[in-house]
Design a protein around this ligand. Structure first.
Ligand code: C2E
Ligand code: CA
Ligand code: CA
Ligand code: CA
Length: 282
């Protein structure tokens, strides 16, 4: 009887679930090994809406998997977050991206570098040291580095977040709140923290688009107005169409990012891309 019930239990797992479990195990094991060497960083331009100049880039990680090809971050980062591997990965990313930004600056391309930091790393003791080491090794001025944190990672423990943000601020790096509009954190609480930039999630853009044509996103404009008052820079994410661009311009956003303005690209494409943009603009 025990034997058959064991076999029955196996049937509770569908092939899809089994595959998901197998994938999680593979990610967890591989990322502990040398797979970190297979990570690559793509860079997506962040553009100033007043002048059209490129203000900086956001670093987005991908995994060049030997059999599966180039994998998007959401296929492996959640596992890395669970296992804690996200910390050494981000430590490596901070080194890699600040080195790249310093190299570009030496060649006359001053680009602010944005790096995504997970909640787990943000609440870890080591973050400040990791940032400091990356800045020291690269020689990149601290104010050229932006750490992107999600709303939820600062809302989890506001008191602790405030202390951590104060330390980062003393280091001179900038902090951006990412994916704004996807969480439900209190605006008052969020804006009481020392943040420099608010990145408005593309879901808010879509919501603004659904509103009647006469009203170009009152919610968007209200949020941007608030950031203005507080001296916070606003970035509109997910600009895919000229209509999106028109909308966020009308709302008064400072910066924008999205496929219309530039896709994420490998590091070696960035200088030629910038050159093309410059030539087209001038
Ligand atoms: P995110 O930080 O919100 O990054 C923006 C995501 O939107 C990127 O997806 C980017 O490729 C995509 N995107 C850019 N422009 C457009 C557009 O016009 N339309 C649409 N639909 N999408 C656009 P990606 O690279 O797949 O990254 C997904 C998420 O994975 C990121 O969202 C971020 O939360 C996370 N992530 C990526 N790289 C890292 C990393 O190095 N560390 C950590 N902790 N998280 C990362
Ligand atoms: Ca981000
Ligand atoms: Ca985002
Ligand atoms: Ca997002």
């Amino acid at each position: 009887a025990a034997k058959s019930s064991g076999r029955d239990r196996v049937h509770l797992f569908s092939p899809a679930l089994r595959e998901a479990a197998r994938w999680r195990l593979e990610v967890a094991t591989r990322l502990r090994g040398d797979a970190i060497d297979q990570l690559v960083v793509h860079y997506q331009p962040v553009v100033r809406l007043d002048t059209g100049e490129v203000d900086g880039v956001e670093a987005l990680v991908r995994w060049q998997h030997p059999e599966r090809g180039l994998l998007a971050p959401d296929t492996f980062l959640s596992v890395a977050e669970e296992t804690g591997q996200i910390i050494p990965i981000t430590r490596w990313l901070l080194r890699e991206t600040t080195r790249k930004a310093a190299e570009w600056a030496d060649r006359g391309m001053d680009l602010r570098m944005s790096v995504n930091v997970s909640a787990r790393h943000f609440s870890a003791e080591t973050l400040v040291r990791d940032v400091r080491v990356a800045l020291q090794h690269s020689g990149l001025p601290a104010d050229q580095l932006v750490l992107e944190l999600t709303e939820t990672s600062v809302a989890e423990d506001p008191t602790r977040a405030e202390d951590q943000l104060a330390v980062l601020r003393r280091l001179g790096v900038r902090v951006a709140i990412d994916d704004f509009g996807t969480g439900w954190s209190s605006l008052a609480q969020l804006f009481s923290l020392p943040i420099g930039t608010l990145k408005i999630d593309r879901s808010l853009l879509a919501a603004a688009e659904r509103v009647a044509a006469g009203d170009t996103g009152a919610v968007l404009a209200a949020i941007v107005g608030l950031t203005r008052t507080l001296g916070i820079r606003s970035v509109a994410e997910g600009i895919e169409t000229p209509e999106h661009l028109r909308m966020v311009r009308a709302a008064g956003c400072d910066l924008a990012q999205g496929w219309l303005l530039g896709h994420p690209m490998p590091a070696d494409r960035v200088p030629t891309w910038l050159e093309e943009v410059r030539r087209a603009g001038g």
